[in-house]
Write a protein that binds this ligand. Structure first.
Ligand code: ADP
Ligand code: MG
Length: 229
């Protein structure tokens, strides 16, 4: 395997609450990986450690840039360095899209590019291109409250992809959607990531969402408990 992400011996607690108790995992370059398991089992904690959002109490989390093969030990970096790496390398999609409510769809999508220092004109042009690609051009000027759940989630996908990330992390990306919208979101996400070779790590408790992945793993009580299929 050619891992882009590797974690080894990961332990993480929140106060007395043990979220992860010894997790080893490699995520291959270009793979779409689904992390399944019951509520409270440690899925989001694992995702956040893989993405350098959280650091583990023990163990290591490593990111290997697929373009340069340079590695960064996320678990040894400070918050500022991890934030910088997240912004340049990773994209994030959450259960409720988390679009900024006062910004139009196109402004939401252009935001990561503005944060990365792109001129406004360039950022807006790129954002429009992505919205078009997702069939959302007619909705570019709408506020999130004027979009359906599925449309809003596809805008969130455009926002996650606009910086051409190496890895996309998605936590329950279909959790708030009806099954038809969920299917459209997963088709969009998997087609785009396959076309660009982007690695996707997604957390879901929905078997139909996980079925879009190349591989499913299950977290139970803070440990990996074998394959789901
Ligand atoms: P899942 O995503 O599988 O539902 P989580 O990773 O969110 O599970 O949580 C695993 C355990 O860690 C739970 O017992 C949860 O209450 C606890 N936990 C997660 N995040 C926090 C936090 N920020 N503060 C306190 N406890 C947390
Ligand atoms: Mg969770």
């Amino acid at each position: 395997m050619n891992p882009v992400l590797s974690v080894s011996g990961i332990e993480r607690s929140f106060g007395m609450d043990v979220a992860l108790r010894g997790v080893d995992l490699d995520v291959a370059q270009g793979e779409i990986l689904a992390i399944m398991g019951p509520s409270g089992s440690g899925k989001s904690t694992l995702l956040h450690i893989l993405a350098g959002v959280l650091t583990p109490d023990a163990g290591t989390a490593t990111y290997r840039d697929p373009a340069t093969s340079e590695t960064a030990e996320l678990s040894a970096l400070g918050e500022a360095a991890r934030a910088k790496l997240r912004l340049s390398e990773f994209g994030f999609i959450f259960q409720f899209g988390q679009l900024l409510p006062d910004l139009s769809a196109v402004d939401n999508v252009s935001l990561p590019l503005l944060l990365a220092g792109q001129p406004r004109k360039v950022a807006l042009r790129q954002a429009r291109r992505w919205l078009e690609r997702l069939g959302l051009d007619a909705h570019a000027q709408k506020l999130p409250s004027e979009l359906s759940g599925g449309q809003a989630q596809r805008v969130a996908i455009a926002r996650a992809l606009v910086t051409a990330p190496k890895v996309i992390f998605a936590d329950e990306p279909t959790g708030a959607l009806d099954s038809l919208s969920a299917e459209q979101v997963m088709l969009t996400l998997t087609e785009l990531s396959r076309a660009s070779g982007t690695t996707v790590v997604l957390v879901t408790h929905d078997a139909r969402t996980a079925a879009y992945a190349d591989r499913e793993i299950v977290v139970r009580d803070g440990k990996l408990s074998g394959l789901a299929r």
